[in-house]
Design a protein around this ligand. Structure first.
Ligand SMILES: [Zn+2]
Length: 503
């Protein structure tokens, strides 16, 4: 079998002030055909799972464009056109004798003038390969599924775990489903239901854990070829934003729809209990100070760069300093100018430094501090949550003021692991409080050693009160912006079932 695979990802936050251009993708690395797919640190990400599976099966594999950028504002039009056309050109170049296409995209990518980049890409891929070739689309679970994605892909599948630790498994499953379709062994038919809700659903704790395990069991038993929860990405201001369920059966549209509806209703029932408890800044700090010993980790969810925030807000840092709380650490604060000044001053120097509060209103006001430069690094990295590959943090400066340490950096990234903080010169487990600018991806690497993990609803780009966002294009009603009973949430009839490669 001959496989083409490619990867193009961006999670788009319509309300993020951070622009997305070609440089944003270059910052995290762009792979083109001809580069070594097995090279260390290659920006292949999930395409490497498809690549590895092809090698294991003895299939021939061509790796096309692989690129992703940190979540931010919709991608500039010329950048989207360029990247999309590179991927399509790579596909055309390898179309001879091709049996199958496997694409990884985020599922919530928007560009200027294009609200559904995945749907647009899949439609163009379908034009090139024709109606019969299996095309698999792998997504992040924070996806806003569109009708075009379902129509043009043979199977759409998302990761199931948040933090996203299962891309490899889902990639292998998608590979298998498409390969079986190519051999004529199965005929995947999708049932699809929107779940009219916005939220962030952590999967490693009850009740979501049991729900996900139930879905995995239904796939393992063979009852369903695949069942995917799209959690939705609420900060994408487009009509498809929100949660959804896709269930695939082997040729049975009625059963696929019934499974999607039943799963959608069960998911909607978890809209409140499936989300973490959030507290305000002072409540989090009070709880952390009440911990008898150890390090309390506080997630500054509202300033998570992984959701498009600036990662330079000062709200929690300001309260730490105002309250005189020492033995605290805040990371990573994206502030290239402050890093420049720290490098210019040198390790051990003390200087007045203006920190954070620069990207937009969600960043708050900058803080003017008298800081000591504790450590400067040019090569700090952390393992990426999705594939464990080393991910650069840029130039980093560990500075301290009033007993609070701050890790400043030049590549906007959320902390995935305490090892990354240690590489910057910090000692996270010597602190009473570690504030991570992350919604949840930090969790797996921090929670075992943390005395407690708290989720903070500080002000910021991703603050939980989404009723304040200036939405213009989302589909209403949607919970929690609208009160919606379970009956009303699924009052509409089923959308038409979609079938592999249907025009
Ligand atoms: Zn995600």
């Amino acid at each position: 079998m001959k496989i083409f695979t490619a990867y193009l990802c961006h999670e788009t936050n319509s309300f993020s002030p951070v622009p997305t251009n070609l440089e944003s993708f270059r910052e995290l690395g762009i792979h083109r055909p001809g580069m070594d797919p097995e090279a260390q640190g290659n920006p292949l990400k999930v395409a490497s799972a498809f690549f590895g599976e092809a090698r294991r099966r003895g299939d021939t594999v061509v790796v096309g464009l692989c690129a992703h950028a940190q979540p931010a504002h919709p991608t500039r039009r010329e950048t989207w056109d360029t990247l999309r056309d590179w991927l399509l050109e790579d596909l055309r170049q390898s179309a001879d004798g091709l049996d199958m296409v496997l694409i990884m995209m985020h599922g919530a990518m928007m560009a200027e003038g294009c609200d559904d980049c995945e749907g647009d890409m899949l439609a163009r891929i379908r034009e090139i390969v024709g109606p019969d070739m299996p095309v698999g689309l792998l997504l992040d679970l924070h996806c806003n599924i569109s009708e075009a994605m379902l129509r043009h892909a043979t199977v759409v599948k998302a990761c199931k775990e948040y933090p996203h630790t299962d891309f490899d498994e889902r990639a292998r499953e998608l590979y298998d489903l498409c390969a079986r379709t190519a051999r004529g062994e199965i005929r995947p038919v999708a049932g699809f239901r929107r779940v009219p809700m916005f939220g962030l659903f952590q999967t490693q704790r009850a009740p979501m854990r049991g729900f996900i395990d139930g879905l995995l069991a239904r796939e393992r038993s063979g009852e369903l070829l695949s069942v995917t929860l799209g959690h939705g990405f609420p900060w994408a201001d487009c009509p498809d934003a929100g949660a959804s369920v896709i269930a695939y059966t082997d040729g049975d549209a009625e059963r696929a729809d019934a499974a999607a509806l039943e799963t959608a209703k069960a998911f909607y029932a978890l809209r409140e209990t499936g989300q973490a408890r959030l507290d305000g800044i002072d409540a989090c700090l009070d709880r952390a100070l009440a911990a008898p010993e150890g390090t309390v980790v506080i997630a500054d969810m509202s300033d998570n760069p992984g959701g498009g925030a600036g990662s330079d807000s000062t709200f929690i840092l300001r309260r730490l300093l105002e309250r005189g709380i020492d033995k605290a650490l805040v990371a990573y604060v994206w502030d290239p100018v402050a890093v420049d000044m720290a490098f210019a001053a040198g390790e051990g120097a003390t200087l007045p430094l203006r920190i954070g509060g620069k990207v937009g209103p969600g960043s708050g006001d900058p803080l003017d501090l008298e800081v000591t430069i504790e450590a400067l690094r040019t090569d700090a990295e952390q393992a990426h949550i999705a594939d464990g590959e080393p991910t650069a943090l840029g130039r980093t400066a560990l500075v301290s003021a009033g007993g609070v340490q701050i890790v400043l950096n030049t590549i906007r990234q959320q902390p995935f692991s305490p090892v990354g903080l240690e590489e910057c010169g910090a000692a996270p487990w010597d602190q009473r409080i570690v504030v991570v600018k992350s919604s949840h991806h930090f969790y797996n690497q921090f929670h075992q050693r943390a005395a407690e993990v708290l989720y903070c609803d500080a002000p910021g780009t991703l603050q939980s009160d989404i009723s304040r966002l200036p939405y213009r294009h989302i589909t209403r009603p949607v919970w929690p912006l609208d009160e919606l009973s379970p009956e009303d949430a699924f009052a509409d009839g089923p959308p038409p079932a979609t079938q592999a490669g249907a025009a």
